[in-house]
Design a protein. Structure first.
Length: 424
């Protein structure tokens, strides 16, 4: 029944707007025929895709369960309660808000709830692995609040400079001590952050958007176990859910957080997204997902090892999570933009990435970022990581004599076609 409805909907699209339909088919082929190595991208569960195109798309649900501004909420209340309770259980949280429309609003909601314009936040320097929403100067939050940034110690394998963190905390007295990353290939010591924050009376916030799935399965440290005030995460990326945000916090913060999301920052939640979040929380609580998360981390370590064997310079010397940052300038004399395009020409998708204290601009940085969630979702294993590392090496080092470029392109495409694309 569901298949027939989906096929009818696709048929309607094809007949109504052939340009958009053709783009959809093209994107499906691109995903099927290529190797997705962007670490923040993944393939959503089929159940998630079904819910995103469901009747929940049609419903306005401003407010919270039991306190809505519209009628007809018996089923929307049900799914939001399910999503909240499942998220609390998985992450060992006292409170959960599942309404943020994406990662940026979830972080903004915390800033707006607890900071006044000009207040100070201590977070991670962007080039050392931090995130745009952690106060990058080009972001609106970076203009409203005073973000101070700590770095890692490059000569010591990229460990966080705890002396610097503590010195900056005492000097600037931030209202929030923020940790989390988008391109830092290590696990974090949340207890150390908490100790420093407690010395100066700061709130603690961890944005784990890129590693939420591995925290949910207890493969990486959980900030809430270290008594953090807030933990935020997106629900796609490592969790294979819908594109959305999730705020987990202590119960004492629940009213402020909820009112900061609605009516403070957003209108009605996207209930198709909330429904998809509910089913995602159930899926990631299974043994099957826990095994998958383990495989992602193993694949990342194997890929990092093979890249090191190929002579690549990796930021922090390897990985402790799902992502790897290659300094392509040091490795092959190519900036990240050129490296990204060269790999893309062969169906290997990566993203250009700044490296610590990068002398180059963000749109032409010194590296690329890769990861293993999407390839693991498709069923690739450690032996396949050996092939991928070899292909990356051949392409970026320009070894045209290894085989003809067309043969290499066909080899990568035929390899990719062997693996299923979930939900497509």
């Amino acid at each position: 029944m569901l298949d027939s409805v989906l096929e009818k909907n696709r048929s309607y699209l094809q007949n109504t707007d052939s340009e958009v339909y053709d783009a959809l088919i093209g994107e499906e082929k691109r995903q099927k025929n290529g190797i997705e190595l962007i670490p923040s991208e993944n393939f959503a569960f089929p159940e998630v895709l079904a819910l995103l195109g469901s009747a929940f798309t049609n419903k306005y649900s401003e407010g919270y369960p039991g306190r809505r501004y519209y009628g007809g909420q018996q089923f929307t209340d049900l799914i939001e309660e399910l999503a909240r309770e499942r998220a609390k259980k998985i992450f060992r949280a006292e409170h959960a808000n599942v309404q943020p429309l994406s990662g940026s609003p979830m972080n903004q909601a915390i800033y707006h709830a607890y900071l006044k314009p000009g207040d100070t936040v201590l977070g991670m320097e962007l080039s050392h692995g931090g995130h745009l929403t952690h106060g990058a100067p080009v972001s609106h939050m970076g203009k409203i609040y005073n973000f101070i940034r700590y770095k890692t110690v490059i000569k010591k394998g990229g460990i966080i400079d705890w002396d610097e963190v503590e010195d900056l905390a005492y000097k600037h007295k931030p209202k929030i001590l923020l940790c989390g990353h988008s391109s830092y290939p290590k696990d974090l010591n949340y207890k150390k952050f908490k100790e420093i924050a407690d010395k100066i009376g700061a709130l603690t916030m961890a944005d784990v958007s890129h590693i939420g799935g591995w925290i949910a399965t207890n493969h990486l440290n959980n900030p809430l176990d270290a008594d953090f005030d807030f933990m935020t995460t997106t629900t796609h990326k490592s969790m294979r859910g819908p594109r959305g945000g999730l705020i987990l916090s202590k119960k004492e913060h629940s009213k402020k957080i909820d009112s900061s999301i609605f009516p403070g920052l957003q209108g009605g939640p996207h209930m198709n997204q909330v429904a998809a979040t509910a089913v995602t929380m159930k899926k990631i609580a299974t043994d099957e997902f826990k095994n998958y998360a383990f495989d992602v981390l193993n694949n990342a370590k194997k890929l990092a090892k093979e890249l090191l064997n190929e002579g690549f310079d990796l930021v922090t010397g390897g990985t402790e999570n799902h992502l790897i940052v290659i300094n392509t300038v040091n490795s092959v004399g190519l900036d990240g933009k050129i490296a990204e395009q060269m790999l893309d020409d062969f169906g290997i998708t990566t993203n250009k990435q700044v490296v610590p204290d990068d002398p180059n601009p963000p749109l032409r940085p010194s590296g690329i970022r890769i990861g293993t969630p999407a390839v693991t979702t498709r069923g690739m294993g450690e032996k396949d990581m050996e092939k991928i590392a070899k292909w990356i090496s051949v392409i970026l080092k320009g070894k045209e004599n290894f085989r003809s470029l067309s043969d290499l392109n066909n080899e990568i495409e035929n390899f990719s076609k062997e693996f299923n694309l979930p939900g497509i």
